[in-house]
Design a protein around this ligand. Structure first.
Ligand code: ATP
Length: 263
């Protein structure tokens, strides 16, 4: 991967500017710094390796060299997007899921609510959105996406909290990383135009992992809920039927979702 190859492969997309790195601490950190100095909508940071890739809740995202995608796309939320900011995270996961399923014909692609993409119930991509604020308005939302592409991208299981895999392992054939990046970006750009519409929530809902299964959602150290995963509501909250039969809605936030029984 290099700057010229990326720039020419992505030339059909309406990107503002592309910055490629062989190695940086975190593509989100780089994008947030760039945004402060005026990066335009759809500016892209892409790196081969991250030395301190970020996950949610201060967790780490591991990006091995020559094997993965790690990129961050800078978005300037439009006025109508200000009230649906939490949906930028599922925008990333829906774009990855649609790309793998529709453009690469990968089977059993699902989204582990709210933000991880699974193939055959193993984690293949993670999304982390970080936002900067000016008063009450979000100035910039950085959508950071890590995708395990080749088998070498998959970290050893003892470093992980959930089983992982890669696109090539599940698809069974080689995948060009930069073309995959272009496909995901074009899905992000297309789905962003529908992010305020019910079609977006329906598409996301169709990919939900563990539907109809018993799941355990841990929201804080002291609060969790277990029950059947029903789907998402019109706000993108997770609907759970609890063991007592009532319906419960889990709002976006730093929650952790697991199958209550082994997947
Ligand atoms: P979880 O997957 O545990 O529900 P999460 O959605 O909060 O958590 P993220 O913030 O998306 O997780 O990612 C961080 C976690 O992902 C790490 O704690 C680690 O378990 C796992 N992880 C890190 N790097 C990779 C990778 N390359 N492939 C798959 N999983 C990874």
């Amino acid at each position: 991967m290099n700057q010229d190859e990326i720039t020419s492969t992505l030339s059909h997309l309406p990107l503002a500017e592309i910055r490629y790195f062989d190695s940086i601490s975190s593509s989100n950190e780089e994008a947030l710094t760039w945004a402060k100095s005026g990066a335009a909508d759809y500016s892209l940071v892409i790196t081969d390796t991250q030395t301190a890739g970020r996950g949610r809740l201060g967790r780490k995202w591991i990006t091995n060299p020559d094997s993965a995608l790690a990129f961050s796309i800078i978005i300037h939320p439009r006025p109508e997007e200000q009230r649906i900011l939490p949906l930028f995270s599922p925008l990333g996961s829906l774009a990855v899921a649609e790309t793998l399923s529709k453009r690469y014909g990968v089977d059993q692609v699902n989204i582990k609510w709210p933000n991880d993409v699974l193939i055959h119930e193993k984690k293949t991509a993670g999304i982390l959105v970080e936002t900067t604020w000016l008063g009450n308005s979000a100035q910039v939302a950085v959508i950071g996406i890590g995708v395990n592409v080749t088998p070498a991208s998959v970290p050893p299981q003892d470093l992980l909290l959930f089983p992982a895999t890669s696109v090539e392992l599940e698809k069974g054939s080689p995948v060009n990383r930069i073309e995959l990046l272009g496909n995901i970006l074009s899905e992000i750009i297309a789905w962003r135009e529908k992010i305020t519409q019910s079609e977006f929530l329906q598409a996301w809902d169709q990919y939900l992992a563990f539907r109809g299964k018993n799941v355990h959602v841990q929201q804080t150290e002291h609060w969790s809920v277990t029950g059947e995963l029903l789907g998402i509501d019109k706000y993108g909250n997770l609907r759970i039927r609890t063991e007592l039969g009532g319906e419960f809605s889990v709002a976006f936030g730093d929650v952790q979702l697991r199958p209550a029984e082994k997947p």
